[in-house]
Design a protein around this ligand. Structure first.
Ligand code: 6GU
Length: 223
């Protein structure tokens, strides 16, 4: 999968993609991430990419011209399956959307900043608008990092144990069950007996019960 990201603060994206599972996915060539600095397509030698908003009001708006030039140039190389704009008024991101996006070949993500981007780009280029929750961030970069992480770990061959994404919370609309590791007794806290007895069928039953119980208690809205 190829993911291109357009940003006015590309440095914000260095660290999230340089470690752990996403680093491995990139290293194996399963995920190629290209971060582009929008200033490369600035409208003048001052590096301008934004301007005051029509109608007045605080905050700058990212202009059409640099974005159109950036997107057109990238689109000359390849057709994008989705052009995603990261924005707090987008559709709230969830596991189902992550699953769906993990099946695409080429994705372009546009990160907003300041007051956002000129509405005409949203009308004429953007195919999908994503928010990561009901709060406002300074820009779309951290949100884009979250979306890329959630997608990247789902790509075939990225996780060591291919089944482990299947037992994640939310994958079947249930929260994951509790997990334990050695020692079986720590202070006077015991690991549930059923996990120590080695009967895989009983363990499976227990996990399934725990998942349902947890979901009922914490996220009844998922059921
Ligand atoms: Cl995608 N961008 C910004 N700036 N704030 C957000 C968001 C995105 N999702 C939630 N808050």
């Amino acid at each position: 999968m190829q993911i291109h990201i357009i940003s006015v603060a590309p440095d914000l994206l260095d660290s999230p993609f340089a470690h752990s599972i996403i680093k491995r996915a990139r290293g194996k060539g399963l995920l190629n991430i290209h971060v582009h600095n929008l200033r490369k397509w600035a409208i003048n030698k001052h590096g301008q990419v934004d301007d005051y908003q029509y109608g007045g009001g605080a905050g700058m708006v990212i202009m059409c011209e640099p974005l159109v030039n950036a997107i057109d140039e990238l689109q000359k190389e390849k057709k994008f399956d989705e052009i995603i704009y990261m924005t707090p008024d987008g559709k709230t991101f969830n596991q189902q959307t992550a699953n769906r996006l993990s099946l695409k070949e080429n994705i372009l993500i546009i990160c907003g900043h300041y007051k956002g981007i000129d509405e005409r780009i949203r009308e004429h280029y953007v195919t999908m608008e994503i928010s990561i929750g009901d709060y406002v961030l300074s820009g779309g970069e951290l949100a884009a990092a979250i979306v890329v992480d959630a997608i990247g770990r789902l790509l075939p061959g990225v996780l060591n144990d291919e089944t482990s994404a299947l037992t994640d919370s939310f994958q079947d609309n249930l929260l994951a069950p509790p997990v334990y590791t050695r020692p079986a007794s720590f202070k006077d806290w015991q690991v549930p007996d059923i996990l120590l007895q080695g009967d895989p069928k009983k363990v499976e039953e227990w996990r399934s019960e725990q998942s349902i119980k947890r979901t009922q208690e914490r996220r009844p809205d998922l059921l």
